[in-house]
Design a protein around this ligand. Structure first.
Ligand code: ADP
Length: 495
């Protein structure tokens, strides 16, 4: 698809409004309230959404509970697997519309959204393969010969998926895939700034043959619909991706009925470049480890530690690379970086840039809102600060924008100590040709994922998770699926 015009936008947005998706159909908010959703590259209203609250969440949870106890509970693992394959084919055939919606709704370049297709399809295939792994074990015991002991697995029930705005099209699949593989049902609460691909995917799932009520979506504000979902007494598990502060709110709200939780929270990931690294790979790799998605990625490598002997050359090359990026209309196939999600987020990022300046870091690239053709959108230039200290605010707090902080170091020991001096622990990376340095960093970095001579790659069969305040609960791999299951032990007296 080449640079679609407004007349080619999906009717899903041009019709001007959409509701909650509950029990296989569209519903208005019980209180009749609506809210606008904007196109971040123009600032204009894209469409309006239902603004849900506790009453809407009640309806969606009831629908999910009925489906869980009803026909969905009789689907065998083979039938769930066959359904996931059908869903895979359906998404494969209808993907272009989802990519365009994601680009219009959250500003991701269309070419990048199209590139997500294979990741999503692989993710669905991975979860399809897991339907057969929802199994217990027969376990030898010490109780005596007449006793047989085994474990059974059963789906936990209704799962609340609270989805962030920085990539809902992909991120929803960590919840949907595991729920459909295990036989759970779902109520999704997408972010108020980017709900469209979650809504459209739920509709697609029903069209692909998923029984009504298995996947429901309630739109609205985090503090209204999100908080109601996190506290709902009939929701068994919450899968949340978002900020660490909101994660704390979810933990508190989930105490009502001791919900199971999976939390992927903030990050301030270290990316460490040693003097022996292949800079032809390290420069673009480290730059795009922050700039891709305009820095709105929780494991962005925003603290870039560079060995002092190469600092000068490295910074010059990073600046040249940053200048070469095309920032602008996400629908233009040549665009590398789109806007930030909202005016609020843009202002927050620009505030951090002033704080970096005030604290004495050297601004060597960018730092401004963009003007000209894109002046109405929420565009911020790719920004690089040099000579940052790890104690500065821009090196401690998550910015969630295209801002890199370069921090020089002299020894591997110093780099490791600085890398780990953070409350977060989502990701980290090292660029080196030396196997011993690689080994020290791979073991030493306190984070759920460490990349060596690459950045940001995620595979659904391997998965990722967080140390420290980056959250808990592994995403991907068999552990992820297992977390959507209860385990029960059985003891049979055969006398
Ligand atoms: P950000 O601060 O970057 O917008 P959030 O962590 O607030 O990120 O948002 C991630 C998701 O959490 C969104 O879907 C948002 O609506 C939701 N959310 C925000 N506040 C709450 C809350 N108090 N309870 C439940 N969900 C919330």
């Amino acid at each position: 698809m080449n640079n679609p015009t407004k007349t080619q936008y999906p009717t899903f947005v041009t019709r001007g409004s959409t509701g909650h998706f509950i029990d296989g159909g569209w519903q208005e908010a019980v209180a009749g309230r609506r809210m606008d959703t904007r196109n971040p590259s123009t600032g204009g209203i894209l469409t309006t959404l239902a603004r849900g609250d506790a009453a809407d969440v009640d309806r969606a949870v009831l629908s999910a509970r009925r489906a869980f106890d009803g026909p969905w509970s009789r689907f065998t693992p083979h039938e769930r697997q066959a359904l996931l394959h059908k869903v895979h084919d359906f998404i494969d055939q209808n993907y272009d519309e989802l990519a365009l919606l994601e680009s219009l709704d959250m500003g991701v370049p269309l070419s990048r959204a199209q590139g997500f297709k294979q990741n999503i399809l692989k993710c669905i295939l991975f979860f399809a393969s897991q339907t057969m792994n929802c199994a217990g074990q027969t376990i030898p015991n010490s109780l005596g010969g007449k006793y047989t002991t085994l474990t059974l697995k059963a789906p936990v029930g209704v799962v609340g998926g609270i989805i962030p705005w920085n990539g809902p099209l992909i991120s929803q699949w960590w919840v949907l895939g595991a729920a459909l593989a295990t036989g759970c049902t779902v109520v999704m609460k997408p972010a108020e700034d980017a709900s469209l691909t979650v809504l459209r995917t739920a509709e697609f799932l029903c069209e692909a043959g998923l029984p009504e009520g298995v996947v429901n979506v309630v739109t609205g504000l985090g503090t209204e619909a999100g908080a109601a979902l996190a506290a709902h007494p009939d929701v068994d598990r919450i899968a949340f991706t978002g900020s660490t502060d909101t994660g704390r709110e979810i933990i508190r709200a989930s105490a009502t009925n001791i919900k199971r939780l999976q939390l992927e929270l903030g990050g301030k990931s270290p990316d460490i470049v040693f003097a022996d690294a292949d800079l032809d790979r390290a420069v673009p790799g480290a730059a795009m480890g922050v700039f891709s998605n305009s820095g709105q990625v929780c494991f962005a490598g925003t603290r870039l530690f560079v060995e002092r002997t190469i600092q000068h050359e490295f910074v010059e090359r990073m600046v040249d690379f940053g200048r070469s990026l095309k920032v602008g209309d996400p629908l233009d196939p040549n665009t590398d970086l789109g806007p930030l999600i909202s005016q609020k987020q843009m202002e927050r990022v620009l505030d951090y840039v002033s704080v970096g300046d005030d604290e004495g870091a050297d601004l060597v690239l960018g730092g401004n809102r963009m003007t000209g053709d894109v002046a109405n959108g929420y565009f911020v230039e790719p920004t690089i600060f040099n000579n940052v200290s790890n104690t500065m605010t821009i090196a401690r707090e998550e910015i969630f924008g295209p801002v890199i902080s370069i921090i020089p170091f002299d020894t591997a020991g110093e780099a490791l100590a600085l890398a780990n001096d953070t409350v977060y622990g989502l990701g980290g990376a090292v660029w080196t040709r030396d196997i011993s340095t690689m080994n020290t960093m791979m073991h030493g970095i306190k984070a759920g994922t460490v990349w060596v001579n690459c950045y940001g790659l995620i595979d659904p069969s391997v998965g990722f998770g967080g140390y420290k305040q980056s959250g808990y609960g592994w995403k991907g791999g068999p552990q992820h699926v297992d977390a959507f299951l209860y385990q029960k032990s059985i003891c049979i007296n055969s006398d």
